[in-house]
Design a protein around this ligand. Sequence first.
Ligand SMILES: C[S@@+](CC[C@H](N)C(=O)[O-])C[C@H]1O[C@@H](n2cnc3c(N)ncnc32)[C@H](O)[C@@H]1O
Length: 261
Amino acid sequence: MFREYSAFFNKQYRDQPDGGFLITLQKAFLKALRDGYADKQLPNHIFYADDCFVVYRNLGFLKDPDFQEALAAAEVDSVLLGRVWRIWLLAWSMQCRWRSEGLLLDCGTYNGRAFQVALHYSKTRLGYRKDAIVACDLFEDPPDEARKKDHGPDLREKVAKQLGQYGQVQVIQGALPQSLMHAVGSPITWCQIDLNSALADSETFRYVLPKLADGAMVIFDDYGFSRYEETQMELDEIVSKLTNSRIMELPTGQGLYVHRR
Ligand SMILES: C[S@@+](CC[C@H](N)C(=O)[O-])C[C@H]1O[C@@H](n2cnc3c(N)ncnc32)[C@H](O)[C@@H]1O
């Protein structure tokens, strides 16, 4: 059922010259597809969300009851369901690292819903985690590029309450990467960076990189989007200068980096 959500929330649909044209085309395409099947529903092998259209796939993650429960627990809305594959990568990668020592660090937590899905999924499957979970954001007065409807003076507290059930959670309000000085514990075993800014993303990664555990995973939410081409260039430069590795660009628009010491 989740595959029916094809939210056009990418800002480029609104501010690029071809945005309106692409929306019209994609809506017509979806309608033609639905009309082409006898029951007017997309079949189970088709996925059309996260600005990705794929066919003849198993899409096993959509059928995972723990993932479905996590989406429900975090009360995700249709905008988040429109990027459900991205959220699945967060949940999957976090549960890979849940039992390893070190911090789980979310840089750009916003209202905490996406992070909560990953935490709920991992905790349901693997139980209590003793090491710290850190959520960082400005929470109010963000730069225009990163502004969303829930930003405001109460957001930090709301997020702290919402995430508190998942273990030893620290919610840090302030500008990254400087605010990370207040993060308690190390090394970092899992990290997401999602700040919608090449400078903030790359400076945060520069801070995080030397603190990563062997096998740590870092998910860059903005890495593959053409809007954030500069972000990809900056991150690639850091990785090529300081490691022997490469960031994996995923069809969802995310980048996945696996750290080897
Ligand atoms: C795209 S939103 C994050 C969305 C969130 N990860 C999710 O999946 O729902 C980007 C967030 O980065 C925050 N942000 C932007 N620049 C920042 C900075 N320098 N320091 C801390 N937070 C920042 C904004 O306040 C905003 O909440």
